[in-house]
Design a protein around this ligand. Structure first.
Ligand code: SAM
Ligand code: SF4
Length: 335
């Protein structure tokens, strides 16, 4: 390992160090969650998406530049063929502290064990409701029973931590926050509540009308649980509370009510090969073009990544009442 591998070379204009890369390995999904996709989606043609080898090359370059944590996401990452080989390769990068995954859980029953073997340390699993009918309404195509079996398989497999992610929408699942926390407690998991972000145009609801803030969720929970603020950081924007008397933590990701940009340490790679410098802005660099124009030239790729830090925006602004300024969907973004 050369000494440059140890030095973080990714620092932006605002002095923030980027040591976390999220990679979307597919824009496709077996679900069509109402806040994430519209019912009819057009997905990218094969030629336009990065091959698994290209994704691996980019991940290796980021690790050489000082990235310590990589999250594989999508779309639904576990439906991309060959994803286990990719995870295995990334899992072997010795300078990486953490390889983690975000999934909807539909394939976990079959894949949990192989994911562990590939080196995945922690898993985030999306679960917005424990009611099968409501689950179908929110995901449009999902099967709650399958996801619950997946969560069970994952807890048995012994990952370092499993976290449930729930997007809360007023009058759809806001009344279930207590049950969701109890579910996390019963399964030894953490749970994060996420405020819906205006990414892409969705056709099922008005985003301003369904907004349910983290503060409201917190006060609902405090009727049932004692929550104690903790400073735990998992390298993400969640603000954490310990559920007293349990091993679980509750996190709140609040892009509207609490702007977390000043400590942003991450960038995202889309499956099209665009390096997105901010979830809430369009600033990006086309890394697919760089690798396809310079095959095998790792230094060119690394230089493009270093240069990209110069255009990382200071912060995002989301306005739920306006039409989204970000037209890409979360599934194409690598949420
Ligand atoms: N398919 C996987 C899953 O659902 O976990 C990974 C990709 S999904 C885009 C990642 C996370 O983004 C999920 O927890 C999902 O609930 C969340 N998400 C999707 N669209 C969102 C939106 N508009 N606002 C906030 N969170 C969103
Ligand atoms: Fe698929 Fe995840 Fe988006 Fe739901 S949130 S549609 S599971 S990518």
């Amino acid at each position: 390992m050369s000494s440059s591998h140890k030095i973080t070379q990714l620092v932006d204009r605002f002095g923030r160090t980027v040591d976390y890369l999220r990679i979307s390995v597919t824009d496709r999904c077996d679900f069509r969650c109402v806040y994430c996709m519209s019912e009819e989606m057009t997905f990218l043609p094969r030629a336009q998406i990065l091959t698994l080898e290209e994704i691996d090359t980019i991940a290796q370059a980021f690790a050489e530049l000082g990235v310590k944590k990589i999250r594989i996401t999508g779309g639904e990452p576990l439906i991309r063929r060959g994803v286990l080989d990719l995870l295995q390769n990334i899992g072997q990068i010795d300078t990486l502290n953490e390889l983690v995954l975000t999934t909807n859980g539909s394939k976990l029953e079959e894949m949990a064990e192989s994911l562990k073997q590939a080196g995945v340390k922690r898993i985030n699993i999306s679960l917005d409701t424990l009611n099968a009918e409501k689950f179908k309404r929110i995901t449009r195509t999902g099967d709650l029973d399958k996801v619950l079996k997946g969560i069970q398989a994952a807890t048995k497999t012994g990952f370092e931590k499993i976290k449930i992610n729930a997007v809360i929408l007023k009058n759809r699942n806001h009344m279930e926050v207590t049950q969701l926390v109890q579910f996390a407690v019963d399964n030894g998991c953490d749970i994060s509540f996420i405020e819906e972000m205006p990414l892409g145009v969705v056709d099922s609801h008005d985003r301003a009308e369904v907004y349910y803030s983290s503060d409201l969720i917190k006060s609902d929970l405090q009727k049932e649980f004692e929550l104690k603020s903790i400073l735990d950081k998992t390298g993400g924007p969640s603000v954490y509370f310990k559920v007293i008397g349990t091993d679980s933590r509750v996190g709140f990701i609040s892009p509207h009510s609490a702007n977390f940009c000043s400590t942003c340490n991450r960038v995202r790679l889309t499956v099209e090969g665009k390096l997105l410098l901010c979830l809430g802005n369009e600033h990006s660099v086309d890394l697919k073009r760089v690798i396809r124009a310079n095959p095998g030239d790792r230094e060119k790729l690394k230089q493009a990544i270093i240069d990209a830090m110069q255009i990382k925006p200071e912060k995002h602004e989301f306005d739920l009442k306006e039409q989204p300024i970000i037209l890409r969907y979360m599934s194409a973004t690598g949420g």
